[in-house]
Design a protein around this ligand. Structure first.
Ligand SMILES: *[C@@H]1O[C@H](CO)[C@@H](O)[C@H](O)[C@H]1NC(C)=O
Ligand SMILES: *[C@@H]1O[C@H](CO)[C@@H](O)[C@H](O)[C@H]1NC(C)=O
Length: 352
């Protein structure tokens, strides 16, 4: 179920507030903890867009942001991939709320005009509607970070990655300017800052994912057991890491293989692309990455699709069409004959 995926963290939140009646919220909206429900719908939309972007960014990776990645709440590990899920979800919520704010969807917030009228730089003044990211950031913190109730290193890592996701929203903002002056001579400009497309935030975080760092926590100190020591060890480990970077605790499992206890499907049966216009190098190598390097072969599948075509309009009023058959060729990873499944004759390892 697609929905479950992106609402993974929202559901328990709603249950906590309103056990047994999570979705019967209309009355509750008026009387319940307003801070939560005023924004619930926008938060939900933001979480969905985060999950959608995750699937798009990883469409041609061995790990393709499956629904299970976020369903197994209790079992989830803090891998490189879950760091991305956290960051993009937090960013999605911040992004949507910020947009809502600028569009006037919400009663209690609007554009950030705090600098308007001030000089921004040579030849330009602040003016117009700057996106109010501070508002979006605050709401995202309130909702998304509330999911991390633990005191352990995993909770600390998740919170760090949420914050890194929100920083990505800020880091990708652009300055937009408009010319003024005699017949648009542009002697004076007014400028404001604006969110990038969400796609760009996805691209940015995908790079951060590939550069993610493993958090090195002093295990001896952690084993000593008392919670002050634990927190100390965690704080020290974070000391060397920039707030913009994604971090993880555990190495990624082998995404080639199916592993039901981890909720992983493996790459058998996955589609890959080889030819086509406008493919990136990453896409063009997808068959190698998903099939060959996972010990699978590439199988060509031809499917005939019939659709209406050559439609003609006759006066008045009928439309006659012909049936046209079109053969669609797909490439899919399949088990090798005699091979014993994925991973058998692998040449490369690693969570690509
Ligand atoms: C916020 O924006 C999203 C789409 O970007 C929209 O679906 C949602 O309804 C908006 N929220 C409010 C309160 O208008
Ligand atoms: C699934 O993953 C777990 C944890 O990494 C591992 O112990 C187990 O052997 C794996 N199972 C299979 C069938 O690969």
């Amino acid at each position: 179920m697609r929905m479950v995926h992106s609402l993974f963290w929202l559901l328990p939140l709603l249950y906590k507030m309103c056990p047994g009646h999570a979705w019967v919220a209309s009355n509750f909206l008026m009387t319940g903890p307003k801070a939560y429900l005023t924004y619930a719908r926008s938060v939900q939309v933001g979480a969905l867009s985060g999950a959608e972007e995750c699937r798009r960014q990883f469409a041609w990776d061995r790990w393709n942001c499956p629904d299970s990645a976020t369903q197994l709440r209790g079992l989830r590990r803090a891998t490189r991939e879950t760091s991305f899920v956290h960051a993009i979800s937090a960013a999605g919520v911040m992004y949507t709320l910020t947009r809502n704010c600028s569009l006037g969807d919400l009663d209690n917030c609007g554009c950030d005009v705090s600098n308007n009228g001030k000089i921004g730089g040579r030849g330009w003044l602040w003016g117009g509607c700057s996106d109010n990211v501070d508002f979006g950031e605050r709401i995202s913190k309130q909702y998304v970070d509330a999911q991390e109730t633990g005191q352990d290193s995993r909770a600390a890592v998740n919170l760090h990655n949420n914050a890194a996701g929100r920083m990505a929203v800020k880091a990708t903002m652009r300055r937009i300017c408009r010319c003024h002056g005699m017949s648009e001579s542009c002697s004076v400009q007014t400028c404001w800052t604006q969110l990038s497309d969400f796609r760009e935030i996805g691209n940015y975080l995908k790079i951060k994912h590939s550069q993610a760092q493993k958090l090195d926590i002093d295990k001896k100190r952690m084993r000593a057991g008392n919670s002050a020591d634990n927190r100390g060890a965690i704080v020290d480990a974070f000391g060397s890491i920039a707030p913009t970077e994604l971090i993880y605790l555990e190495d990624s499992p082998d995404y080639c293989r199916r592993n039901t206890s981890l909720g992983l499907y493996g790459t058998e049966g996955r589609e890959c692309v080889q030819h086509g216009d406008g493919l990136t190098q990453w896409e063009r190598r997808s068959c190698r990455r998903l099939c060959h390097e996972c010990g699978l072969r590439v199988e060509e599948r031809r499917t005939e699709v019939v659709s209406s075509c050559n439609c003609k309009f006759h006066w008045c009023c009928t439309v006659n069409c012909e049936d046209c058959a079109q053969v669609i060729v797909q490439h899919v990873c399949a088990r090798r004959e005699g091979g014993d499944g994925p991973g058998y004759r692998r040449r490369h390892r690693g969570p690509k």
